[in-house]
Ligand binder design. Structure first.
Ligand code: GCU
Length: 678
């Protein structure tokens, strides 16, 4: 059934002519199968080729006909060793795919320095077939730009997924370690097809239980499934674990007993999982325990854990998502204020993991001011793939454009061209340790992500983690081809629809720089009216600050001065309401309702216009999608259509509720032709 389980690895038959060309380039498969990773590569190729070409090319030990596909490393394949290919600079994960001659016969090689490189090359070759790339005269060379390409699962041990909209956790802790669900292998295949090479199994709001022997054995079982696919397991560590499961009365990172406990814990983990990746930590944020509970700094805490895993080659990813309600400072400023003074104080195996924006995964935020501002500390990007603030699983919102916008943003920290991507890939400040994490949108749903189009966000994340300079449009195109159809009549309209979908969500939820106006707690649907509650920064009115005079959060030099956390000229541009990009106007400025926008409209009229524009875009997506029925199987077509109908209703809900509410402040009529909220 076309239920989405196969993700982008569908391998449906090519048409007859293409299959024939394909078969002429893969007349036989010469691929070693001595190691688990070699077998994974060979099995994937056989599975893919059988599906795409309609015939299993069969395997051979040596090339004995024209059109062989030869896979391996100089160590695993005599044919590849004899070719003397230039594999320098590819590292352990890069590969080449080339058209060559082997013993006078035309062949294609997928070659790398390591088995994992060949596995990545195998997936790339299949992608080329899936997206109908030419197979002649190939000369492709690729390697990942980042070291750590990770999914962060916010999965609890009871299988509830924090901010998960695709069912329960896929980790069936109860049946692990003895039952290894075949789904874990498919998870690994999907990730390896993108080059994702690590997974943090448990929620950042971590339970100390995950570090107990019973759960470590379960984690080790998962690590065993993932290992052939180049995926390492990491765990979120609860900072107070020495007290909760270690029998100590403190978790003070400078206490020798605490340090010993963590060293012993790390040794225990590495005995079970020799290639364990390391720890992810959320500390002193939203009530989580941390070093500040003992008057210590984030660096003290991170370094203590870093020392524990260092002998085994592990890393610590210490999150910069910190804020505290006892702190009256603008929440957008707190991470920078806490972390910049610590620059240079972290161990070499620590990365500070920074969300893309300073508040919290909003539909649009300016890039986080920490990027580029900690030259002596490697910063790791944290994106959110699950759509906590973007309509959960039923809204079609392609996040490739959000990720791209952040990565392309210029911090100017080392002059023009100091993009976030260059901070992340280590090139701006010469860091050797680099990475990107995505908060996973994966669950037990048949289709993994809660909707077919949310698979595209997992896909886009993986592709950008491999190459943060890649194009969101090209990625959407590949995904659409692999997931649905290569027909240009389909790909063009679908990619266009995806590319505008995130701006549409911004428009119908939080246009012009508004933010955090979602329903309290669950973050679904509009609730700009929320006030009171346990803390100011968990209310909406804290963020929009609407009054009869105007609307917006004044973060200019006359306000909270968050703009000063950016380098010039970014700071100057953001500080000036006439220069700031209008998409960020109300993020940085409190502006009168009659403020003149570049469109010539007043702010109030523009706000209403944007809300309506967002709704209209969703209506347009429904029309586009209904016209694409001929290209898509009925099952997936119907689900997407039904979800788009939900999205249109809810976009309308957002518009109407927001306009009705903000009108109580603006006290202005709706612009001509705008329907009043019911
Ligand atoms: C958001 C989210 C929480 C999550 C937190 C985090 O605030 O709503 O559920 O725990 O981010 O990233 O730590």
């Amino acid at each position: 059934a076309e239920d989405g389980y196969d993700l982008w690895l569908r391998y449906r038959p090519l048409d007859a002519a293409q299959a024939q060309t394909g078969r002429s380039h893969v007349a036989q498969l010469v691929a070693p199968a001595a190691t688990p990773t070699q077998r994974a590569a060979r099995d994937e190729l056989r599975r893919g080729l059988r599906g795409l070409l309609g015939a299993d090319p069969g395997t051979a030990d040596a090339v004995d006909r024209a059109g062989a596909l030869v896979v391996g490393t100089p160590a695993s394949s005599a044919a590849i060793a004899r070719l003397g290919l230039d594999l320098d600079g590819l590292g352990d994960e890069g590969f080449v795919i080339r058209s060559v001659e082997v013993d006078g016969r035309a062949a294609t090689v997928i070659a790398a320095n390591s088995d994992i490189g060949t596995l990545y090359g195998a997936f790339r070759f299949l992608r080329m077939l899936q997206t109908r790339q030419p197979l002649a005269a190939l000369d492709l060379r690729d390697a990942p730009a980042l070291d750590l390409r990770l999914l962060d699962h916010w999965d609890n041990l009871d299988r509830h997924v924090e901010r998960g909209y695709a069912g329960q956790s896929i980790w069936d802790w109860h049946k692990l370690p003895d039952w290894r669900d075949p789904r874990y292998t498919d998870y690994a295949r999907a990730n390896a097809s993108l080059g994702i090479n690590g997974t943090v199994l448990n929620n950042v709001n971590a339970s100390a239980q995950s570090l107990t022997p019973m759960y470590l054995e379960k984690a080790a079982a998962l690590a065993g499934v993932f290992r052939p696919y180049g995926i390492r397991v990491y765990l979120s560590a609860r900072f107070s674990a020495p007290r909760e499961i270690g029998g100590l009365d403190t978790a003070d990172p400078l206490d020798p007993r605490v340090r010993r406990w963590w060293r012993d814990k790390a040794d225990e983990i590495y005995r079970l999982i020799p290639d364990f990746g390391g720890f992810l930590v959320k500390a002193n944020s939203e009530g989580q325990p941390g070093p500040q509970d003992y008057g210590r700094t984030h660096a003290d805490g991170a370094n203590m854990l870093a020392d524990a895993v260092a002998p085994h080659g592990g890393v610590v990813m210490w999150r910069a998502f910190v804020y505290s309600h006892e702190e009256p400072e603008d929440r957008a400023k707190q991470a920078y204020s806490e972390f910049v003074p610590l620059d240079g104080q972290f161990r070499e195996n620590v990365m500070v993991q920074v969300k893309n924006g300073a508040i919290d995964f909003q539909p649009r935020e300016p890039f986080h001011p920490l990027f580029g501002a900690m030259p002596d500390t490697p910063l790791m990007m944290e994106f959110q793939i699950t759509k906590e603030y973007l309509g959960f699983a039923t809204h079609l919102v392609y996040l490739g454009t959000l990720f791209e916008e952040v990565l392309e943003a210029d911090t100017y920290q080392q002059g023009k061209g100091s993009t976030v991507a260059k901070v992340i890939d280590g090139s701006l400040h010469g860091h050797g340790l680099t990475g990107m994490a995505g908060v996973a949108n994966i669950g037990s749903d048949r289709n993994w992500s809660g909707s077919i189009f949310d698979q595209a966000n997992w896909y886009a994340f993986g592709r950008l983690a491999w190459d943060p300079h890649a194009s969101a449009r090209a990625i959407a195109g590949d995904w659409a081809r692999m997931t649905f159809s290569n027909d240009d009549g389909f790909v063009g309209p679908v990619v266009d629809m995806m590319m505008g979908s995130r701006q549409a969500a911004v428009d119908y939820m939080t246009p012009l720089g508004l933010h955090h106006l979602m329903g309290e707690g669950h973050h679904y649907g509009p609730a700009p009216w929320v006030e009171g509650g346990p803390r100011a920064d968990w209310t909406s009115v804290y963020y929009h600050r609407a009054t009869p005079e105007g609307i917006g959060f004044d973060r200019s030099s006359g306000g909270s001065d968050a703009v000063a956390q950016y380098a010039d000229p970014v700071a100057r541009v953001f500080d000036d309401p006439k220069q700031v990009p209008e998409d960020l106007l109300l993020w940085f400025h409190h502006v009168p309702w009659d403020w003149r926008m570049r469109s010539g409209r007043t702010l109030w009229d523009e706000l209403v216009h944007r809300y309506s524009r967002g709704v209209a875009y969703v209506r347009g997506m429904r029309e586009t999608w209904s016209g694409l029925a001929p290209y898509v199987d009925a099952e997936r077509h119907a689900e997407v259509a039904a979800f788009l109908a939900i999205q249109e209703q809810e976009a309308q809900w957002w518009r109407d509720a927001s306009i009705a509410y903000f009108r109580t402040f603006s006290q202005r009529p709706l612009p001509e032709g705008e329907a009043p909220p019911p």
